[in-house]
Design a protein around this ligand. Structure first.
Ligand SMILES: Nc1nc2c(c(=O)[nH]1)N[C@H]1C(S)=C(S)[C@@H](COP(=O)(O)OP(=O)(O)OC[C@H]3O[C@@H](n4cnc5c(=O)[nH]c(N)nc54)[C@H](O)[C@@H]3O)O[C@H]1N2
Ligand SMILES: Nc1nc2c(c(=O)[nH]1)N[C@H]1C(S)=C(S)[C@@H](COP(=O)(O)OP(=O)(O)OC[C@H]3O[C@@H](n4cnc5c(=O)[nH]c(N)nc54)[C@H](O)[C@@H]3O)O[C@H]1N2
Ligand code: SF4
Ligand SMILES: [Mo]
Length: 750
């Protein structure tokens, strides 16, 4: 963790206090960095009436990150907060009744006592490792759930995502070779943003496997891309799909899904062949140049064009743009993670920006520093080494030991089924809708969890997951209903979430729920009585109390460029990067010590045209899934009328020529099928993906349908076409975006 004094921290001079009156309403300033709807933290102004009811949510113009901008999920948060389908009190059901709508209302006391008794009983009989604690995408949940798991004694904190294929592969691919995680510098570290004299926009920004305009992923906002374009930045967009951004890019590389590593190695090869590297930077700060050059030589542009479906001239032009730019930066996304060999892909992509000297410079890719790092959890000291060693996947995937705290999800599912090396008996599912969204092969996942003695779901709504599996439902609440914080996680700022309205019904915040259960499971680890005390404790290293932080947030760490030249990146104060060689490792000594290939490589995505030609006869289309849409967050918002109205049905995007070939038309319902399963989709006729690729949205279920049919989940779940167990050699990466399928019309009555 970065060392700093309270006086080092920077903040915005707010004109008004964190809460004030305006036009007969109370305005509460804060952030949305908590569920639902997002995992980011735009600054918000929450307006409540005299009865404490949330009336509207507006963007905070003083917040340097979003500068007043909000997207529809926050603008419409009040429809979520007051939705009639919210579950507002705890409920329980006989475990024999899983899948049946036989819930009964209970008190918090009864629900929490039941969970605590069950968990403590399992711990005594089988060991604490037999209960797993799973979250979905990162929100403010990190500290709450890790402390709960570790204070209870379970090392099995995870998310039920094959190959942990979201963000972690990119973090690992970069952190193991550079010693830190780096982000594109869009001036987000400066409170005065683009106006700061130290900042320069990059000449070129490569947007790779990402659509930030919709996703705003990992706290990196799409509107920044537009801001940078307005200031002169040219875009190289690497995406199979035609989008607004691709149409406004200098180069659009329409890549075949899952071939990003080959493209990156091809670009590297051109940089080497045409002498477009920053030789001085490479000499001083990179390790393994010759080895990488030799590896990249295996990827001549003709071969890369054939693999990636990107024309040779586009690849050459993109490489030259990057190589010749004063500064070139990288904003990458989920598509890099969501292919089996995602780690070498991210290693190859990151190397492009290392050999061109774009690291740690204004507008380039800059090392992140955290105010408080909860990315690695809260309360690691609470769990014994003996218990820690039992984490599923640790033995087989050494990278999990390198600062990553999650269990490997594929191995976990196998463990649940086989009882080897030990039996799993309980689950705690918090902020995650496993069957409808995150898990591969939801039917297999369903069976694996059905075997457990207890499943607990902490959610806002009755989801297919809770309906199918939970014995206890604990009602969480939305960000305007509670206080919370989130600091660090790679982004150099701290935000507070300030309660603005009365909680609906008996709902509670996730941290409060975990505090109440924590007191029952391990009281010595949860000595606090109020949430404010919890947050004061978490904030101690910043020197702020929670109530002080409310006034000044967001807070920023001071930013400097070229920290590697000043000895500011390594614990020992030496110059260079925090890697074993002190340099950016183009050839990874860490991978080598773990027995992995130290250099990046490309492996054909499987299944796919290059790896399973036999399957392509039956399933001739390449299928990518899950590209984000503005109106919903994963499986959320399906019951929120205004949001749902933009995408009323699950869709598949199909080229007009393909429509003709398969005898389908706009609006038709089709089955999307491969060798593993099928799901229903409605045809969206569009040329944006060409004639070899189709795309489906993810996270579908139909809250308007019968709960006992699991809201028709198994008709529409696209993850039925995805297996467990097809993940990368390192334990990271899976094929969520690189699949195959055929399509045919749904018959009447089906
Ligand atoms: N096919 C395919 N599948 C994918 C993807 C893809 O691209 N393609 N993307 C994957 C990725 S990257 C991810 S990260 C996962 C995401 O998977 P999840 O994180 O499981 O997805 P969500 O639908 O956001 O589920 C969150 C659940 O938490 C509830 N919730 C929202 N806010 C709160 C809160 O504050 N407290 C509590 N307790 N509950 C809350 C919501 O109601 C919802 O039921 O999905 C993955 N699934
Ligand atoms: N509105 C909204 N925002 C979200 C989310 C949400 O559900 N809704 N989810 C959040 C989460 S958890 C995440 S992880 C992020 C993800 O957000 P992003 O990183 O943007 O990921 P996607 O939107 O899944 O895909 C981005 C682009 O990759 C392209 N693509 C597909 N396959 C490939 C491929 O193999 N290679 C390349 N180069 N491109 C490919 C798609 O066409 C798409 O345009 O979004 C976050 N933000
Ligand atoms: S990106 Fe959108 S949903 Fe997320 S916090 Fe900002 S406004 Fe809200
Ligand atoms: Mo994600």
């Amino acid at each position: 963790m970065t060392k700093f004094a309270k006086s080092d921290l920077k903040f915005v001079d707010h004109e008004k206090p964190w809460r004030y009156e305006e036009d007969g309403l109370t305005v509460t300033r804060g952030s949305a960095w908590s569920g639902p709807g997002c995992h980011l933290g735009c600054g918000v102004l929450l307006h409540t009436d005299k009865d404490g009811k949330l009336v509207k949510c507006e963007g905070d113009p003083e917040n340097p990150f979003n500068q007043g901008r909000l997207c529809m999920r926050c603008l419409n948060i009040q429809e979520v907060t007051y939705h009639e389908k919210r579950i507002t009190y705890p409920m329980m059901r006989d475990p024999k009744d899983r899948g049946k709508d036989t819930w009964r209302r209970v008190s918090w006391e009864e629900a929490l006592d039941y969970v605590a008794d069950k968990f403590l009983d399992i711990k005594e009989k089988y060991g604490a490792e037999s209960v797993i604690f799973a979250q979905g995408t990162g929100r403010d949940i990190g500290p709450a759930i890790t402390r709960l798991a570790w204070s209870y004694g379970s090392p099995n904190y995870t998310c039920i995502l094959s190959g942990l294929a979201c963000f972690l592969p990119r973090i690992a691919g970069m952190a193991l070779t550079t010693g830190t995680y780096m982000v594109a510098d869009a001036s987000q570290g400066w409170t005065d943003r683009y106006d700061n004299p130290a900042y320069e926009v990059p000449e070129v920004l490569v947007v790779w496997g990402n659509y930030p305009l919709v996703a705003n992923n990992e706290g990196w906002y799409g509107h920044w891309v537009v801001d940078m374009m307005k200031r002169g930045t040219k875009i190289i967009d690497i995406d199979p799909k035609v989008t607004w951004l691709s149409c406004n890019s200098a180069q659009h590389l329409r890549i075949r899904p899952g071939t990003d590593a080959a493209l990156a190695l091809g670009i590297l090869n051109i940089l080497f062949e045409e002498d477009l590297c920053d030789n001085d930077f490479v000499d001083k700060w990179c390790y393994g140049f010759d080895e990488l050059k030799a590896r990249a030589a295996e990827y001549p542009v003709s071969r890369v064009a054939e693999i990636t479906w990107v024309p040779e001239e586009n690849i050459i032009e993109a490489a030259r743009m990057i190589g010749k730019a004063k500064t070139a930066s990288l904003q990458w996304g989920l598509a890099v993670d969501m292919t089996k060999e995602s780690l070498p892909a991210s290693q190859a992509i990151a190397s492009i920006f290392m050999v061109t000297g774009n690291i740690d410079v204004p507008g380039g890719i800059i090392p992140t520093i955290s105010i408080l790092s909860y990315a690695s959890g809260w309360g690691g000291e609470l769990i014994s080494d003996e218990q820690k060693a039992k984490r599923i996947g640790l033995g087989n995937y050494p990278i999990l030991q390198a600062g990553f705290q999650m269990s490997q999800a594929d191995e976990l599912i196998e463990t649940m089924e086989s009882g080897e090396p030990y039996e799993i008996h309980g689950s705690w599912l918090q902020q995650t809708n496993i069957l409808a969204c995150i898990a591969a092969d939801p039917e297999r996942t369903h069976k694996a969890f059905e075997k457990l003695d207890i499943n607990v779901s902490v959610d806002l709504f009755m989801t297919p997951t809770a309906m199918a599996l939970a014995d206890v439902f604990l009602p969480a609440n939305t960000f305007p209903e509670h206080d919370s914080i989130r600091l660090g996680d790679g982004i150099q700022r701290g935000e507070v979430i300030c309660q603005a309205c009365k909680p609906v019904g008996e709902s509670k915040s996730d941290m409060e729920i975990n505090l109440l259960l924590g007191k029952r499971l391990a009281p010595e680890a949860w000595p606090w009585e109020t949430l404010e005390e919890v947050y004061d404790e978490l904030l101690k290293p910043t020197g702020f109390t929670f109530s002080e932080l409310k006034e000044v947030a967001p807070i920023f760490l001071p930013l400097e460029y070229r920290r590697h030249e000043k000895g500011l990146l390594r614990e020992d104060g030496q110059l260079g990067f925090p890697t074993p060689t002190g340099r950016l490792e183009l050839y990874s000594t860490i991978y080598e010590s773990m027995g992995y290939d130290p250099l990046p490589y490309f492996e054909e995505p499987s299944p796919g045209p290059g790896s399973t030609p036999d399957l392509m006869e039956e399933y001739p289309l390449v299928l990518t899934t899950g590209a984000r849409v503005f109106n919903s967050f994963h499986s959320e918002h399906r019951m929120i009328e205004r949001n749902r109205s933009y995408t009323p049905d699950p869709t598949i995007q199909v080229h007009p020529e393909l429509c003709e070939r398969y005898g389908v038309d706009e609006g038709d319902w089709v089955w999307v099928e491969n060798h593993l399963g099928r799901a229903k989709r409605r045809v969206k006729k569009t040329p944006i993906l060409g004639t070899r690729i189709v795309a489906c949205d993810h996270g579908w279920w139909l809250p308007e349908k019968d709960p006992e049919d699991l809201f028709d989940l198994y008709d529409v779940a696209i993850n039925k076409l995805l297996p467990w167990g097809e993940f990368g050699k390192t334990g990271f990466g899976a094929n969520y975006k690189t699949n195959i399928c055929k399509i045919y019309k749904v018959k009447e009555g089906e």
